[in-house]
Design a protein around this ligand. Structure first.
Ligand code: DX5
Ligand code: ZN
Length: 219
C-alpha cells in the first residue's frame, strides 16, 4: 500500500516545510489536488505552485487535475515536475488522446472516475492508464464522508483490470479515506490511498503513516 497524503489538508503557508516533514516521516508520494473552480466548486494550486516546490522535494508528485479540459495543461504540469498526472474521464472529451499524451510527455497517466461514473468509462482505455483513481467522495473539498459504494466499485475494477491482463495497473482511492476503511480498501484491490484530513489532522506524520500501513494489512 502506498499512502499519498493530500496537500489540500496541509498548511499552505508552510508547504516547503510540510514536504520536508513528509519525506523525513518515510512518506514516498504526495498528492496535489488541482482545482479550477469550474469542474469542481473550489480553487487550489496551479502549476506555478507545484513548480516552485519541486526543487525542495524528492517525493513522487502525484497530481490530480480536477479541471475542465485538462489537455490544455499537460505540458505545464510536466514542466512543473508532475510524475503521475491524473485527469477526470468526465472532464476531457478525448480521453484516450489525453492519456496517450500524458505518457508521451514522460509522465505516468491516471484516469479518475467520479462516484456516479461507471467503470464502463474505462472500457476502451484500459491499456492507456497506469493508474485508475476511484473517487470515494464527490470531488471539490477535503474532509467529506467516504461513500461505502466505493468498496464494490474497487473490487469490480480489480477484477476488470486483472481480466484485461492489467495486474500492474494501480487503483487509487481518494476522499474520506481513514484508518477504518484503509484495510477493506486494500483488500478490495486498492494499491494507493490518498488521505487529507485523516492524515494531516493527526501528527506526528511518522506515527500516522505507520498506523495507516498497520491498518491496511490487518486481515
Ligand atoms: C477531493 C480531493 C481529495 C481530498 C482528500 O476533492 O480530491 O484528495 O481532498 O481529502 P480527505 O481525505 O480529507 O477527504
Ligand atoms: Zn485528490
Amino acid at each position: 500500500m502506498i499512502l499519498s497524503p493530500s496537500l489540500l489538508s496541509a498548511d499552505c503557508g508552510r508547504l516547503a516545510w510540510t514536504l520536508a516533514e513528509l519525506e523525513s516521516a518515510g512518506v514516498k508520494w504526495v498528492h496535489w489536488d488541482i482545482m479550477d473552480g469550474r469542474f469542481v466548486p473550489n480553487m487550489t494550486f496551479g502549476q506555478h505552485v507545484v513548480r516552485g516546490l519541486r526543487p525542495v522535494s524528492k517525493l513522487f508528485f502525484d497530481v490530480h487535475l480536477m479541471i475542465e479540459e485538462p489537455e490544455r495543461y499537460l505540458a505545464d504540469f510536466r514542466d512543473a515536475g508532475a510524475q503521475m498526472l491524473v485527469v477526470h474521464a468526465e472532464a476531457t472529451r478525448h480521453l484516450q488522446r489525453t492519456l496517450a499524451e500524458i505518457r508521451r510527455l514522460g509522465m505516468r497517466a491516471g484516469v479518475a472516475l467520479n462516484p456516479a461514473t461507471p467503470l464502463t468509462a474505462l472500457d476502451y482505455v484500459m491499456d492507456d492508464a497506469d493508474m485508475v483513481l476511484i473517487m470515494s467522495v464527490n470531488p471539490g473539498f477535503g474532509g467529506q464522508t467516504f461513500l461505502p459504494s466505493t468498496f464494490a466499485k474497487v473490487s469490480a475494477l480489480r477484477r476488470k483490470l486483472d481480466a484485461a491482463g492489467r495486474q500492474d495497473c494501480l487503483i487509487q482511492v481518494d476522499g474520506g479515506v481513514n484508518l477504518e476503511n484503509a484495510g477493506p480498501l486494500v483488500r478490495a484491490g486498492a494499491g494507493v490511498l490518498v488521505s487529507g484530513s485523516a492524515f494531516f489532522g493527526h501528527p506526528p506524520y511518522r506515527e500516522r503513516l505507520e498506523s495507516f500501513i498497520k491498518n491496511s494489512f490487518v486481515v
